[in-house]
Design a protein around this ligand. Structure first.
Ligand code: RIB
Length: 297
């Protein structure tokens, strides 16, 4: 499979509570952890055993070396990871609260330079991939080009949320928003019931939508069917990258030829297990670790 997206160095601080505007909050020591939605999703699938190629950009700096080595160390094909001179590597400033909830500010840096030319260069990889997984931390024109160049299934995790063209949404086989992203894309208020989630999903031109619901699991909606998958109960320490590992796991099952229902069942397990360890790529589990972390029989 192929992932086109961002790589960020995450600067993570545990906080007793998230600051409001104008406020300073004292937190713990910071940690530097490889992250970025694209790189996280690539590593998530690689740790589950999938062969993954990554298309993205890093800066010519120390953070770029860390991000490259993290992907490479997990066996991700980095042939199409380009070093740019015009910008530093992407970074994300992340505060994590006592309940594992996070607040994230991303400085895209090199990620903003992932271009349509990068997609052209990666053409053979995209054409051959059974699944291409996309997010929105690189320019949306590039995401659109990637969706249209992909030879296999196209999955889009529309995060961070932004309005999208019908042209892009129509090229997507499976859209994977959370409830906030779904509300924005459908021009609605945040849904408060499953029925509202279903109605909003059906307003979108994508063929199938998988709405991630955090602790409540995920909802698969297409024209005629609705399927709810509950998540295993967990007490999260850090929810960072749980959505990314869900997407990576979903893509992994689909690349194996599995059904979307099976993919969602595995995705909620992997996502839940990810919340039990801190950080982004530091928390992404192998299949054996999912079983251990969730104490499965
Ligand atoms: O989804 C989590 C990720 O969002 C973090 O790793 C951070 O880099 C931001 O991209």
């Amino acid at each position: 499979m192929c992932v086109v997206g961002s790589a960020n160095l995450d600067i993570v601080v545990q906080v007793p509570r998230h600051p409001v505007a104008g406020e300073t909050v004292l937190g713990g020591d910071h940690a530097r952890i490889p992250g970025g939605k694209g790189a996280n999703q690539a590593v998530a699938a690689a740790r589950l055993g999938r062969r993954v190629g990554f298309v993205g950009c890093i800066g010519n700096d120390a953070a770029g070396v860390e991000l490259h080595d993290a992907l490479d160390g997990d066996g991700v094909d980095v042939t199409n990871l380009r070093i740019v001179e015009e910008a530093p590597s992407g970074i994300a400033l992340i505060s994590v609260g006592p309940d594992g909830d996070n607040s994230i500010v991303v400085s895209p840096g090199a990620n903003a330079h992932v271009s349509e030319a990068d997609i052209e260069r990666a053409g053979p990889m995209l054409a051959a991939a059974l699944v291409t997984l996309l997010q929105l931390e690189v320019p949306v024109e590039t995401v659109t080009e990637a969706a249209e160049s992909a030879g296999g299934l196209v999955l889009l995790n529309p995060a961070p949320a932004q309005a999208l063209t019908s042209r892009l949404l129509e090229s997507v086989d499976v859209l994977i928003p959370n409830e906030t992203e779904l509300a924005l894309l459908s021009g609605s208020d945040l849904a408060t019931t499953f029925d509202e989630v279903v109605d909003q999903a059906r307003l979108l031109p994508s063929a199938r939508t998988v709405v991630t619901l955090g602790a409540q699991g995920a909802l698969l909606v297409d024209e005629t069917t609705v399927h709810h998958q509950a998540a295993p109960p967990v007490t999260p320490v850090d929810t960072t990258a749980a959505g990314d590992s869900f997407c990576g796991a979903l893509a992994d099952v689909l690349a194996e030829g599995g059904s979307l229902v099976d993919a969602i069942a595995w995705g909620v397990m992997v996502g839940a297990a990810t919340t039990l360890r801190p950080g982004a790529q530091s928390s992404l589990p192998t299949a054996a670790e999912v079983a251990d972390l969730l104490e499965l029989p």
